[in-house]
Design a binder for this molecule. Structure first.
Ligand code: FAD
Length: 281
């Protein structure tokens, strides 16, 4: 497989730097081809602004989505963005690696998504009709490819469990896994998360490293998170609400969008067996 690893940590000698090197070594040992986008090392510009669209006339009001659409269609995106888009098209597998900062990704990585995910490339794709609401959530430009997160967190695993004070890790990562990766079509593998990393001893480091090696060895066989596909009939159009007969009637929240949640004996909020079998943690 061709693997693109987008790395967002400012210090190469960090734990994240060490885990990145371990992941790359394991992937290459398995015969995969790896490319890395090291965002801090390349001084990635993270904010979307007029400078991204040099052909936009100075008197024209700047509408980011409209400017992105036109620049994508006319091939006028900036060179740094075009390079990243080409890498996404090249890769069979995308890995986003980052430390959890304020319950999400570092700003530089969010800025990579905002600039690289152009209108017409990652969103605004496909037709809207009575049967379809564009190509997204399981369909889209990047369909058929896989993606996953490598995340380190200072908090304890229990703090991110179903009843943990931070909220469940699957919920916190839902906007990234479902909103950023599944949206343009990726099959999303369960994330690798290393917890309680700030005072990691050698044994803890080796445990995390071995778990990561195992995840890299099994990239091709790991089952994706079974999100529901948007255009397969589970959602009403145009409200895009889950059909009332699917999921628990009173339930809400992210777990509803897992295929099988609330049906055939599942209760809302529980993860379907596919997800547990995939070794999510
Ligand atoms: P480092 O600081 O580089 O390393 C951590 C430890 O790993 C080191 O002390 C060392 O003992 C060990 N280590 C590193 N490299 C090696 C090696 N090669 N071999 C052996 N041991 C090694 N955490 C949360 O849970 N939720 C949050 O919302 C959150 N928000 C944050 C916001 C900010 C702005 C910051 C700065 C931190 C936040 N944290 C949060 C904590 C953060 O997630 C962790 O600090 C981060 O994941 C640690 O990763 P690192 O690569 O920076 O680790």
């Amino acid at each position: 497989m061709k693997v693109l690893l987008v790395f967002a940590h400012p210090e190469p000698r960090s734990l994240n730097g060490a885990l990145r090197d371990i992941a790359i070594k394991e992937l290459e040992a398995k015969g995969h081809e790896v490319r890395v986008s090291d965002l801090y090392a390349k001084g990635w510009k993270s904010e979307v602004d007029r400078a991204d669209f040099p052909s936009l006339a100075s008197e024209t009001r700047f509408i980011p989505a409209a400017a992105s659409k036109k620049a994508f269609e006319t091939g006028e995106l900036t060179e740094d963005v075009k390079i990243e888009i080409d890498k996404l098209l090249w890769a069979d597998m995308l890995i986003l690696q980052f430390p959890l900062w304020w319950f999400s990704m570092p700003a530089i990585l969010k800025g990579w998504v905002e600039r690289v995910y152009a209108y017409g490339f990652a969103y605004g794709v496909g037709e809207h009709s009575d049967n379809r609401w564009g190509d997204r959530y399981g369909e889209g430009t990047l369909a058929g490819k896989r993606a996953m997160l490598i995340v380190t967190a200072g908090g304890w695993e229990e703090h991110y469990s179903a009843r943990g004070v931070n909220g469940p890790i699957d919920d916190l990562l839902f906007p990234i896994n479902h909103g950023i990766l599944y949206y343009p079509g990726y099959d999303v593998l369960p994330p690798f998360v290393a917890y309680r990393v700030d005072r990691l001893d050698e044994a803890g480091f080796e445990r995390a490293a071995e778990h990561l090696r195992e995840r890299m060895r099994t990239l091709e066989s790991t089952l994706p998170i079974p999100y529901r596909q948007q255009n397969r009939g589970d959602y009403l159009i145009p409200s895009m609400q889950l059909r009332p007969e699917l999921g628990e009637p009173a339930a809400s929240g992210f777990a509803l969008h897992l295929d099988g949640a609330g049906e055939a004996g599942e209760t809302s909020g529980q993860r379907p067996p596919q997800l547990q079998a995939a070794g999510a943690r």
